[in-house]
Ligand binder design. Structure first.
Ligand code: ADP
Ligand code: MG
Ligand code: ZN
Length: 460
C-alpha cells in the first residue's frame, strides 16, 4: 500500500435518545427487554387512522442539548418541520418514517463544529420496528423511539483520528446523559480515496468501524492501482468475513418521496427555550479536565484518565473533598480501574455500588499506619460490585471468619430479614441467595460462602 494517498472520511451517527416515552405516543422505551411487542399502541404500530401525539418534549430538549454541545446553529421558531420519509418495508407499517430532515425540511441544527470536525447537521427522527427477515417476526417495542442523527463534513484525515473523535463524542454525550446506554450507536461511514465516496452502512462498534475502514481503504487503493474506477456505492461490513460487501441496489438509491407531515405542526422553540437549556448544561469533559488540573492540581495524564468516564470523575471529585487527591490518585486511576476491569465492570454499571467514603476510610487507615498498603489493596479487591465500611469490618479479624463468627452473622441476617427467611424456608431460591449475599457483605466477603449456605440450610 502506498504511504501517501488522498483520504476523506465523513460520518452519519445515529443514537437512541434515552427518553422515558416514545416520540409520538406514550409507550415505554426500554426496547432492550427480551419480550417482544409489550410496549405498543395503535400509534407506534401504525394502525389505520391512528394519529401521532405532539412530539415528546424530552426528546426535543435532548436534541437541543446535543446541538448546543456540537456548537450548531439551532433552527428555531417554526423552522423545524416534520417530513414523511416513505418506504415500504415490513418494519414500517405506516409506510413512512417521520423525520426532521429531507427535501422540504430544515434540520434541527446546522453548521457546527466539535473537536475540530465540522458538523453538517443534527436532526431527530423516529426509529422503525425490528424485523427479522429469517422468520418474518416483527418487534414493535423499538418502533417510534426517538433517534438522533449527527452528520459530519468529510473532515477526517485518518482512521485513528476518526476513532478518537468518535469516542470523545460518545463520552461527551454520556456527560449530558442523553443517549440510551447499552443500546450503542450506529454509524454510516463514508470514505473516499482515489474516486467517488463509498458509504458503509450501519456499523455498531468502534472496533468494527476501524476494521471496515482499514479494509475499505486498502480495497480502494488496490482498485485504483489496477486502473479500475471507484464509483459511488453503498456497502455493508461483514464482520465474519472481514470485508465490505455490496448492499442490495434498492437500499442505496431509494426515492423517499419526502412530503411535509400534515398531522404534525412544526416545532415551536423560542430563543429563550434554547438559552434556558444552554444554562442547564452540565460540565463537559473539557471543563472537567481543566478543573482537575487547575483546581485539584492533578497531572494532565491522570486527569485525562478520569474524564473518560463521568462516574469516575465524579467519584474523584467526592474523594477530593475529604483527602489530598493528587497524593492518592493512583488508588483510583490504577487500583480501582484494575479491579473494575478484572470484574469486567465500570463504575456506572447498574449493579456496581462503590462509595467514595468507603475508599476515603480505607486510605485514612493506610495514612495512620493501621493498614499496610498491601492489606488495603487486598480489601479493595472486594469493593466490586459493592464497597463496604472497612472500620466496621475491622472489628472482625482480617482473614477468614471462624464458624462461630459466621454463625453469629447468619443469626443477625435472619433477624434483620425475617420475611425473606420465611420465603427461603418455603423454598424460594432467590431468597437464599439474597440472605447469603447479606452475610457475605457484612463479613466483608471473608465468610466462607459454602459454610454460610450450609448454616442456612441447617436452620431451615
Ligand atoms: P447523501 O445525502 O447522499 O447521504 P451527503 O453529501 O449528505 O450524501 O453526505 C453524507 C455523508 O458523506 C456525510 O457524512 C459526508 O461527510 C460524507 N461525505 C461526503 N463527501 C465525501 C467524500 N468525498 N469522502 C468521504 N465522505 C464524504
Ligand atoms: Mg447518507
Ligand atoms: Zn405506542
Amino acid at each position: 500500500m502506498e504511504k501517501n494517498y488522498p483520504l476523506k472520511i465523513g460520518l452519519e451517527i445515529h443514537g437512541y435518545l434515552n427518553t422515558k416515552e416514545k416520540l409520538f405516543c406514550r409507550c415505554e422505551t426500554d426496547f432492550l427487554k427480551k419480550t417482544p411487542n409489550i410496549f405498543i399502541c395503535p400509534i407506534c404500530t401504525g394502525q389505520p387512522g391512528s394519529k401521532p401525539m405532539l412530539p415528546n418534549e424530552e426528546a426535543i430538549k435532548k436534541i437541543i442539548q446535543i446541538s448546543l454541545i456540537l456548537n450548531c446553529r439551532i433552527n428555531y421558531e417554526g423552522e423545524m418541520k416534520w417530513q414523511r420519509k416513505h418506504y415500504d418495508w415490513p418494519d414500517l407499517p405506516k409506510g413512512y418514517q417521520d423525520t426532521i430532515s429531507g427535501a422540504h425540511s430544515t434540520p434541527c441544527a446546522e453548521n457546527g463544529v466539535f473537536d475540530g470536525i465540522r458538523i453538517r447537521e443534527c436532526h431527530l427522527e423516529e426509529d422503525p420496528a425490528q424485523w427479522n427477515p429469517e422468520n418474518g417476526e416483527i418487534n414493535y417495542n423499538r418502533s417510534g423511539i426517538p433517534l438522533i442523527e449527527i452528520v459530519t463534513e468529510p473532515d477526517f484525515k485518518s482512521v485513528e483520528q476518526t476513532l478518537s473523535w468518535l469516542s470523545n463524542l460518545i463520552n461527551t454525550l454520556s456527560y449530558i446523559k442523553v443517549i440510551r446506554k447499552n443500546a450503542g450507536i450506529k454509524v454510516d461511514v463514508n470514505v473516499s480515496t482515489y474516486g467517488e465516496r463509498i458509504e458503509i452502512k450501519n456499523i455498531n462498534s468502534l472496533e468494527k468501524i476501524k476494521k471496515a475502514l482499514e479494509y475499505e481503504i486498502k480495497r480502494q487503493i488496490e482498485e485504483y492501482e489496477n486502473g479500475r474506477e471507484i464509483k459511488k456505492e453503498t456497502l455493508t461490513y461483514d464482520d465474519i468475513k472481514g470485508k465490505t460487501i455490496k448492499m442490495r441496489e434498492k437500499e442505496g438509491q431509494t426515492d423517499y418521496r419526502f412530503i411535509p407531515d400534515p398531522d404534525l405542526p412544526s416545532l415551536d422553540i423560542s430563543k429563550e427555550d434554547i438559552e434556558k437549556i444552554k444554562k442547564s448544561l452540565p460540565e463537559l469533559p473539557s471543563e472537567k479536565l481543566k478543573k482537575l488540573i487547575d483546581k485539584f492540581s492533578l497531572r494532565k495524564e491522570d486527569a485525562e484518565i478520569l474524564v473518560k468516564n463521568l462516574a469516575l470523575v465524579e467519584f474523584a471529585e467526592e474523594i477530593a473533598k475529604k483527602i489530598n487527591l493528587p497524593k492518592y490518585i493512583s488508588w483510583i486511576t490504577i487500583e480501582l480501574l484494575r479491579i473494575l476491569n478484572y470484574n469486567k465492570k465500570t463504575l456506572d454499571d447498574e449493579d456496581v455500588e462503590i462509595k467514595p467514603e468507603h475508599l476515603v476510610e480505607l486510605l485514612e487507615l493506610v495514612d495512620k499506619g493501621e493498614l499496610t498498603v498491601l492489606n488495603a489493596k487486598q480489601i479493595m479487591n472486594n469493593f466490586v460490585p459493592k464497597s463496604f465500611s472497612v472500620k466496621e469490618n475491622m472489628k472482625i479479624q482480617l482473614g477468614k471468619l471462624s464458624e462461630e463468627e459466621t454463625k453469629k452473622l447468619v443469626e443477625k441476617v435472619i433477624k434483620e430479614n425475617k420475611k425473606v427467611f420465611v420465603e427461603f424456608k418455603e423454598g424460594k431460591k432467590e431468597s437464599l441467595n439474597f440472605l447469603i449475599g447479606q452475610v457475605m457483605n457484612l463479613s466483608g466477603r471473608r465468610a466462607d460462602f459454602k459454610k454460610v449456605r450450609e448454616i442456612f440450610e441447617k436452620n431451615r
